[in-house]
Design a protein. Sequence first.
Length: 346
Amino acid sequence: MAVVTLFTVIGASLKASAAQGVQRTLTADLVVYQPGYGGSAGLAGFSPRLAAGLSRLPSVGVAAGMSRGSVLLDGQAQTVAAADPGRIGSVLNLGVSAGSLAEVDAGSFAVSATAAADHHWRVGSTVPVVYPDGSRDRLRVAAIFDHPDITGDYLFAAAGWGPHAGQPLDSMVLIKLKPGASAGAARAAATAAADQPRVQDQAQYRASATSGVSTVLGLVYVMLALAILIALMGVANTLSLSIHERTRELRLLRALGQTRAQVRGMIRWESVIIAVFGTAGGVILGTFLGWAVVRSSSSAALDVFAAPPLQLVLFLVLGAVTGILAGIRPARRAARLNMIAAIAAT
C-alpha cells in the first residue's frame, strides 16, 4: 500500500505540475494540435499552411505554428521546438529572464534557465549544432526563459529550422483571438478549417496535457494489483496460523457460551484491524515518500506536491474491505472448532 500511495502521490503531483505549467505559460485562447500518446502533441503534425490559413479568420488575432524536431546541440541529442519568435510571445508567456525573443533568428536560439544553468550558458554564448540534414552551425544564445512547459528547453526560429527539417510540420497552432471575438464561433471556424487536428480551449488542452499521467498510473495500478493480492493472502495466512495457535482458547470460549457468529465476528474484526493498520501505515509512509520525491526533484515537471485525499481515503476503505475478505475463511474455520474437545482438555 505504501508503493501504491507513493505512485498515486507522484502521479497527482505530476498532473498538478503539468496543469500549473500550462496555466502559467499558455495565453492563447485556442490550441490546434495532433494528439500523440496520452493526449500530448506528437512529433508528427500538419502543414504549416494551416497556421497561415487560421490567421486569416476574422476572429483570429494571432495564429502561431510550432514544430518539433531533434538536433545535436553541443554534442548531445535534444528535442527542440521551432516557431516564429515574433508571434510566439503573443500566445505563450515564456517568462523571459535574459535577452529577448525578438533577437531569436536563424543564427540564434532561446533556452530555458534550467538547461542554460546545466550547460553554463548565458546570453551571447555560442553553441555548436548539427541539424537533421547533417549540416553544422554555431548558434548564439539570444534569450533565456523560465517557463519551458509547452516549448521544452530549446526554442529555435522557424526561419532557421525550416531549411534543415526536410518537410517541416507543425505539431500545434496556438491561436490568440481578437478582443471581443466569440470563443465558440472562433472554435467552430477553426475546427472547420483544421479538419482532422483537434481544436481545444485552455481548459480542455490543460486536461489533455495531464491525461498521459493518468494512463501511465493506470498501468502501474494494474501491476500493483498483484501486490495487493499477495497482501490479502498474507493476512489470511497470518490469521490461519493465529487460529491454529489459539485452538484451545477458542474451544474454551465456545464451551463458555460464545456462539459461532461471535467467533466469526471476532476473527473478522481481527483481520480488519490488521489490514487497516497496515493500510494506514502504508498510506502515511507512501505520502511521506511522495513528498520527499517531489521536494528533492529539480525538474519543472515535478515541482508541485499534491496528495489526493479522496484516493487516500479510498485506499483505507479498500484496506478494510480486504481485511473482511481475508478473514472469511479463517473465521469459518474457527467457528467449526469442536468445543467438546476443549471441555475434555480442561
